[in-house]
Ligand binder design. Structure first.
Ligand code: PLP
Length: 341
């Protein structure tokens, strides 16, 4: 298969239309068989549930070219079950999990010309999403839905090495204690836009959100979970029912334990203990881990010992090991790598 003529290593994180996308419609209480289409537009009623009441959920994962030239994805079964959880919380029909994985594979396969080559640092980002499509004016769940998957090639997240970022403790809240923070819903992002635009205007890279109930505990950023490393090399991640369960974070915790032999702990993390940690990172599909050099809490600076020039030692090991697994340089735990071709 002939690759597209794209300058892979200079791609940013943006949308580039590829040839094919998957679409399945839910109507009369059931999903149709789904199909691939070249049409990149969606035509729906002006009164569609998604447009009026934000009934929409999504996922994000990547396809990679491995060292030996295969195209693979990473743990798509976890994206399938997380989308199902999101659907249930927003009263949407579940797209069957096995069909989700098949549809992801088919969409990548039909866009194989856009899967960046090994070593370019670029990847094919996969975006599955679902929304209420029929007219809804009284507040209730839609009766009809579309489940779609498109792909777009994205460049290396860190160009010229991962520089630690600076984040601020936000005065805004991301998720209410019994709300929707644990699902991947568009609504969680709509309300985070003002907070992130404000943080950027003040010169910060990201927001650290606290638990909305007591505002004493660390939750996550707008789109990534936290990992902390203690001075004696224990890997700690915050526990809360309003954090989105990152697949990257869950994988890194297992890598820490099984590949690096480190102790791991998922527990409540208090804002006032941050200064005791040696390293901090943000984890998600986009970057795997972004190192955090500094957290600013209303003028009080918490600087991690690894500094602002490079990743901390343990963070770097976690990053190298997980990306090694994803790129086929290291043996993966059973079931982590789904081969497409
Ligand atoms: C998607 C997302 C993450 C990262 O999850 P991954 O599965 O690792 O990509 C973290 N936090 C939020 C709020 C998210 O939406």
């Amino acid at each position: 298969m002939e690759k597209k003529n794209i300058d892979w290593s200079n791609l940013g994180f943006g949308y580039l239309k590829t040839d094919k996308r998957f679409v399945s419609q839910f109507k009369d209480g059931k999903w149709d068989e789904g199909r691939m289409t070249e049409d990149d537009t969606v035509v729906i009623s002006e009164c569609a549930g998604v447009l009026q009441y934000a009934q929409t959920i999504f996922e994000g994962l990547k396809a990679y070219t491995t060292e030996d030239g295969r195209i693979v994805t990473f743990r798509p079964d976890l994206n399938a079950s997380r989308l199902a959880d999101s659907a249930r919380r927003l009263e949407m029909p579940v797209f069957p999990e096995d069909r989700f994985v098949e549809a992801v594979k088919q969409t990548v396969k039909e866009n194989a010309a856009y899967v960046p080559p090994y070593g370019s640092g670029a990847t094919l980002y996969i975006r599955p999403y679902m929304f209420g499509s029929n007219p809804v004016i009284g507040v209730k769940p839609a009766d009809e839905y579309q489940f779609r998957i498109f792909t777009t090639p994205v460049g290396p997240y860190f160009k010229g090495g991962a520089k630690p970022i600076t984040i601020k403790v936000s005065d805004f809240d991301r998720a209410a204690p019994h709300g929707t923070g644990h699902i991947k819903a568009g609504l969680n992002y709509a309300m985070s836009l003002h907070a992130i635009v404000t943080a950027h205007a003040e010169g910060y890279d990201e927001n650290m959100y606290l638990d909305a109930g007591s505002r004493t505990k660390v939750e996550e950023t707008g789109g990534a979970n936290f990992l902390f490393v203690t001075k004696d090399h224990k890997v700690v991640t915050p526990k809360s029912s309003s954090i989105l369960p990152s697949i990257t974070r869950r994988s890194l915790m297992q890598v820490a334990k099984d590949y690096l032999g480190l102790e791991t702990e998922e527990r409540e993390v208090y804002l006032d203990e941050l200064a005791d940690f040696a390293e901090c990172g943000l984890c998600g599909t986009a970057a795997v881990i972004s190192p955090v050099g500094k957290i600013v809490d209303h003028g009080k600076e918490i600087c991690f010992p690894a500094g602002m020039e490079k990743m901390g030692e343990i963070t770097q090991k976690l990053y190298d090991t997980l990306t090694g697994i994803q790129m086929g340089r290291l043996e993966a735990p059973a079931g982590w790598i789904e081969v497409i071709e």
